[in-house]
Design a protein around this ligand. Structure first.
Ligand code: ZN
Length: 248
């Protein structure tokens, strides 16, 4: 037997679906005689405790809609995952099989490269960093409707992660301090390398191929300048487009 929970948010269960072994659910049309009335102002916990047959049926109804749609969904809420243009394009038949296969091969190669470098880092032969920018955050983070139409302060979080030591450093700034320019990312990375990276072993930096952040002459020049000053070897490795195996 399999039980699927439908949730609207973390604390509210809106229905439970029970499946028999064949995977098909059956509806019991019987109405219970002493069916408890739904209390108007019942608290969330009370409401959850009284999951009656009626409510279960409502859950089944919902489930059937999803089954009928044959969307391939296992549940109503599907974890949000970044999809790259090539993968999406292939699904909608806008990208040829050949291009897609090459793309998958490159992705596999990137993953293997990262695994190999991680092993070297654990052995202490090189330092491996992965860097990425979190999606923009707004301040204040308030749900109240009064704040909805107000202009909020945009905040950025550039994260640097050391694959071997699992140490994370977050660089936070807001729009008044700096925009999303290449020089800002270069400043963060140079600061991190100067502060936290041992200068005796080579350094490898993994990042996505975002031009504004990582794949530009400003970043390359900043790293080159630092490499010459500190006398270390810095290699920048750019992931193939897609949901990045960044680990940041
Ligand atoms: Zn892809």
């Amino acid at each position: 037997m399999e039980i699927t929970h439908f949730t609207t948010n973390d604390s509210q269960t809106i229905g439970v679906v029970e499946l028999d072994e064949s995977g098909l659910e059956t509806i019991d049309n019987e109405v219970p005689e002493n069916k408890p009335k739904r209390r108007k102002h019942a608290t969330c916990t009370e409401w959850q405790r009284n999951i009656t047959k009626e409510k279960r049926m409502r859950g089944r109804e919902l489930f059937r809609i999803f089954q009928k749609g044959k969307t391939g969904y296992d549940s109503i809420t599907k974890p949000k995952k970044d999809r790259c243009d090539v993968c999406c394009g292939y699904e909608t038949k806008n990208v040829t099989e050949e291009v897609y296969k090459k793309h998958i091969e490159k992705k596999k190669a990137a993953r293997l490269e990262k695994e190999a470098d991680k092993k070297l880092a654990i052995d202490g032969k090189i330092t491996v960093l992965t860097v990425d920018l979190q999606s923009m955050k707004v301040c204040p983070k308030v749900q109240a409707s009064a704040v909805y139409y107000k202009t909020k302060l945009c905040c950025y979080n550039f994260t640097v992660y050391n694959l071997a030591t699992h140490e994370v450093t977050c660089y936070w700034w807001h729009e008044c301090e700096g925009e999303l320019q290449a020089s800002n990312f270069a400043s963060c990375l140079v600061d991190y390398i100067q502060e936290k990276v041992p200068k005796t072993i080579p350094l490898v930096i993994f990042s996505d191929g975002c031009t504004a952040q990582n794949r530009n002459s400003i970043m390359a020049n900043a790293l080159l300048d630092l490499a010459m000053k500190e006398n270390i070897v810095i290699t920048q490795k750019i992931f193939e487009k897609g949901p990045y195996p960044n680990g940041v």
